[in-house]
Structures are given as C-alpha cells and as structure tokens.
Design a protein. Structure first.
Length: 95
C-alpha cells in the first residue's frame, strides 16, 4: 500500500496566512503550485523569439523590468538582456 505523505512548501513552517491579519501595508504569501523556468537566448534572433512564442504562447518582453502574460496562468518576466523567467501554473495532473 502506498503511504500518503504530507506535502509542505519551503515556507510552510512560517505560517504566513496566520500572520497576515495585521494592518501592515506589506503582505507576504506563497503562490502554490507554480513552476519556474529560466529562458536564455539572443532576443535579436527572430528564430529564438518565434520558438518561445510558439511554445509559451507569449512574446518575450524586451524592455527592462517588464513582463507579459497573465499572473494566474503563465507569465514571462524580463530578468536581463538575454534572460527571462517563465512562471506558469501547474496543471492538476502535475501536482
């Protein structure tokens, strides 16, 4: 018989939800079930841009400190002139 283990995130011990009921203007909470993938390449290369758009459905953001996409599903964040962070929600089958 398969044992069922309690899955916890790296911040579970901090009990962030329990601490977020203050009048503090800053709130920290986890975004559960998201994957992060680093993308690196030459943004001036049209084949690279086309491939990223085909795979992710999103264009690469070219301006510093910007992002494209939807916060709840998939987002590409500019990290540097040749580096981006793809953040995407995991499907139920991946959890």
């Amino acid at each position: 018989m398969t044992e069922i283990h309690l899955q916890q995130t790296a911040l579970a011990h901090r009990h962030l939800k329990a601490k977020s009921k203050t009048n503090n203007p800053v709130e920290i909470s986890e975004c559960l079930n998201y994957s992060q993938t680093i993308i690196r390449g030459d943004s001036s290369n049209q084949q690279f841009n086309s491939a990223i758009k085909k795979v992710t459905g999103l264009p690469l953001p070219k301006k510093p400190c910007t992002s494209v996409g939807n916060v709840r599903n998939r987002r590409i964040i500019w990290m540097g002139p040749n580096e981006w962070l793809l953040v995407s929600a995991q499907s139920k089958s991946q959890k």
